[in-house]
Structure formats: C-alpha cells, structure tokens
Ligand binder design. Structure first.
Ligand code: DQA
Length: 143
C-alpha cells in the first residue's frame, strides 16, 4: 500500500517549536520514525511538507491515481482552510487527519477542523505515534 504523508506549516520546525507541546524531536526524526514504522506494516510511504496552502492542495491533486491513502497533518490550516478538504474530496483518496497535540484541549479555535469532514478518521494527542496509528488504520481498513 502506498501512503502519502503530508505535513503543513511549521511542522518542519519540530524540535525547536514549542517543545512543551510538540516535543524535542525534529521533523527529520518524525520522518525516520514513520519510515521505520511503515516498513514494519508493509506500507510504502512518501513525504511532503509545505508552509503554503496552495502547495498542499497541489500535492493532494498530484496524488490522484498514485497513492492508496493519505495521512495529513494540515497544522494551522486545519482550522482555516476550505481548499485542503475540497482537494481531499476531489481526489477521494482515503485520508486520515493527524495532530501531534490534543487540539481539543487547547485554544477554542483549535477545536474547529475543516479537514475532518474530508477524512475517514482523526487522531489527535498521540504525539508521533499518531502517524503510526493513522498508517495502521489505512493498512487495516478495507476502504
Ligand atoms: C497541530 C495542531 C495545530 O493546531 C497547530 O496549528 C499545528 C500543529 C498538531 O500537530 O498538533 O501547527 O496540527
């Protein structure tokens, strides 16, 4: 199974960025963790990260016909973007939304997710493990 893992703005700053919320491990550490875990599940993963909404939309569109599942942490765009869920609906690739932190226990504006309705599942508050939970869900699911 081919899975595209998309990360949105500031996820490339992991390790430096609010470590009390996101931990001390870097974006490179995250990719290494996902790569290793995915191999154990027999999944082939590709990665994309951008700080730009349009680039994320382009990556989702480019995935059409090429991947079987998407794991997406849209980061702050979760709470603002209509274009990202529209792109996910357009390609109709099963997608799982992931958040490293527990967005439901933070500022009220983080409780709104426009991405959620375009995803088959949302995982939040599991740290890096959440990406693994998402990949497991996609590999287990008969979607
Ligand atoms: C995040 C939560 C978002 O609210 C925030 O804007 C992020 C990261 C998370 O992974 O916990 O950048 O998506």
């Amino acid at each position: 199974m081919k899975i595209l893992v998309i990360n949105g703005p500031n996820i490339n700053m992991l390790g430096l960025r609010e470590p009390e919320i996101y931990g001390s491990e870097s974006y490179a550490d995250l990719l290494a963790f996902i790569q290793k875990a995915a191999a154990g599940l027999g999944a082939e993963v590709a990665f994309f990260q951008s700080n730009s909404e349009g680039a994320i939309v382009d990556a989702i569109q480019a995935a059409y016909g090429k991947v079987d599942g998407i794991v997406i942490n849209p980061a702050a765009y979760t709470h603002t973007s209509i274009a990202i869920p529209d792109a996910l609906k357009a390609v109709a690739i099963p997608a799982v939304e992931v958040h490293i932190s527990d967005v439901s226990a933070r500022e009220p504006y983080r409780r709104i997710s426009y991405t959620q309705e375009a995803c088959v599942k949302t995982i939040a508050g599991e740290g890096f493990e959440g990406y693994l939970t998402a990949i497991k869900f996609l590999t287990d699911a008969k979607l």
